[in-house]
Design a protein around this ligand. Sequence first.
Ligand SMILES: *Cc1c(COP(=O)(O)O)cnc(C)c1O
Length: 857
Amino acid sequence: MTQPAPDLDYQAEMLAAKTKHYLITTMGRISTEANNDEFYRAFSYALREEIMINWLATARTQNLRNVRKLYYISLEYLPGRILSNGICNLSAQSIVERVLQKMNRSYKDIIGRESDPALGNGGLGRLASCFLDSLATQNLPAQAYGLRYQYGIFEQQLWEGVQVEAPDCWLLNENPWEFRRDLRKVVVKYCGDTESTTNIHGDEVQKLANYEEVFALPYDIPIIGYSKTRDFSVVTLRLWSTKESPRNFQLQRYNAGSVGQAAENTTLTDVLYPNDNHETGKRIRLKQEFLLVSASLQDIIRHYLTNHDSFRSFADKVRIQINDTHPSLVIAELVRILTFKHDIPWKMAVEMTQACTGYTNHTILSEALEEWDQSLFQYLLPRQYKIVERLNYDFCNALRSKFPNDEHKVQRVSILENGKVRMANLAIMGSHSVNGVAALHTEILKNSVFKDFYDFFPEKFVNVTNGVTQRRWLLGCNPELAKFITKRIGDGWITDFTQIAKLAEFASDVDSQEEFLSIKKKNKQKLIEYIKQENQLHTADGATVLMSPIIDAHSLFDIQIKRIHEYKRQLMNALHLIMLYQEILENPHHNRIKRTAIFAGKAAAGYETAKDIIRLIFCIARRVNKDPAVHNLLKIVYVENYNVSKAEFLIPAADISEQISTAGTEASGTGNMKLAINGALTVGTEDGANIEMRQEIGDQWWPFSFGCSAEEIQKMKSENSYHSRDIYEANPQIRKAVDALRDRSFAQNDDEHHAFSDLYHKLIEMHYGGAPDRYFTLKDLESYYNVQKKVETLFMEPLKWAEYALHNIAGMSKFSIDYSIKNYCEKIWGLAPCPLDSEILDQVRDEFSQQDRCRIY
Ligand SMILES: *Cc1c(COP(=O)(O)O)cnc(C)c1O
């Protein structure tokens, strides 16, 4: 039996003592003199002691039970702050507040000292982090691998609306949440000359000479599972770095005068490529992908062999999930290791690899599908290239025997084609499971993007709709609403989100409606305060200014926060705001609601159109916010540098969630889910998970659906029947808004004018020889405008609005990440929970307590 938890006062006292201890021993400061930064670190050290105990016990339990384990491999993660989430998942809020109060510190200031580990671009990385929260909370045996980018996604600044990228130095101070594991260092090999030989079964394998070696050193971050008791599990997020290995620096090249080349391998993990849903085929990126794959596989096999003396149960004990195609070299590399190093026959090695591996697809945008030049691939990874060739040869032959006389089909599924290596084809061929991330998305994969594969092995294709963790995205970021919910339905929803359905009983209860509205208003006020104090903008020359339009907490908070992408159609939102502005100018006494439109999101550094869209929004805001004729009916705010911490601030304050992608382009979306569980109503197209959200919440409570369906869009595309100019000419209101892009309504200089003229051009004229308005912005603008009128009408009846919002929250049970993970466990991994062994936990804790000077326990 686990020991009972000691009382709060005693715990608080000891935690304070430990913090002081760390301040002295690691920072050389006494507590009254330490700055918040030092205090944050010392406090984290103190708190993490408890976490280390469970971390150790988690690993020991899994080894003892010899369970099947999941290895999640992803090039991106967006964990958000570790300390605040740890406090939330340990239910340690009240004790921490007590400690900080005792020590004269403010909770907000201390938490705020931690920089976000911004190791991802957007949804894909955040999904990975929601996965880890759920894996830990559900006690599932799992470990995650990624790269420790020295500079995460850039810090976004807006200089008079122009996005400027500054380096994100998240590792400037020592990070109390990472542990360098020198013992687990591995060598990764690139380039070199291959020499054919055979393994004991006569399979051809390659030896390598004259290669380049790079040391990969792992840093471990603990991901803390939620638990009301002290038996929480901890999942390891292991991030590889090439920074700290002196031998990675190639002195010979340096001496030969080539500093850049000499440092290439020490800088491999320096930066995350800042592209969301876009691949550019850069050499260093391929090196990064192989670094992650090679180092992680070596680690997985090393760990497997500590418990086994043959590979007989490898395919039973090991599950590898690859997040998009970025780690799909796993397939070639695992086959190579098994055949070459461990003398497994080729056919068996391929079958084992397929049994272990699952591939999650995240996009159908063609510019995001990864392809590498065969010559680059062959040069950097000569052995893996040979493996891919053979895999492809076998695969194409198998296809030919099933579909004779269809050489076109063979060409379409071939991994090697047109001088390219097609990573999705490799991933599908080499996995036992291929999943899309929402029902519509998976259908599109099966029926169009990967149809040829689906014809060949339909059984591989499954759907697992994405989800979000209600711990960070409701309990953690919106404590007032969490309390409101718990007061009504108990706190079971924190780990069992199906219970959230019970909230529907309170949707028509006036007291609940009023309380909901008052919580929403408080969250809006907090956001207003934050924008006033923290949202620094920059003038054209980079000087910081505090731009704070006066925002009314009674206004409708209409929020679109996500990466800036043409397919996500921030431009449609901007055009609608121009229409509203023009409408107000024409008829200022029109009885209307107040609206505050809030945007946040980064554009990829090289994505000019996305940057033009940001600039447009900024310039509309500049004009509208200052125009007295608007009578404060409309305010527009751009929040700089969107990241997880900003999201935690913005989401609880939203009335409207903008999910307006062109139908058929957004694989799932997860921002849509975070906003809905916080009581925002969705203005959304029938795209991604919006469709399933509507089904779950029910049409009756999903009033703001609009726009063309994916089928209609597809039809217009294939028939070439959409002409944006027709709409422009037919609808005077739309025409007037679009014309504002080129008549200098919002541009104050030529630069701005050119940027907006480009946007005009893309909407109305030709688009690089293709059709204009590729994302059907004008096509849907009319219905978007109409649905926004419905928004205004409903917003004038607050209690009714609250009823809708409560029904929306109550309908979201399926969009908890816990439900997604349960589906992965059942449909893909065959993975079962492995809760901490209480004896092991007690053992570790006893050993700790006996040595612990402060004696918390
Ligand atoms: C949730 C989240 C995303 C994904 O948002 P979508 O609207 O699904 O694109 C991107 N970035 C951050 C920081 C997030 O928290």
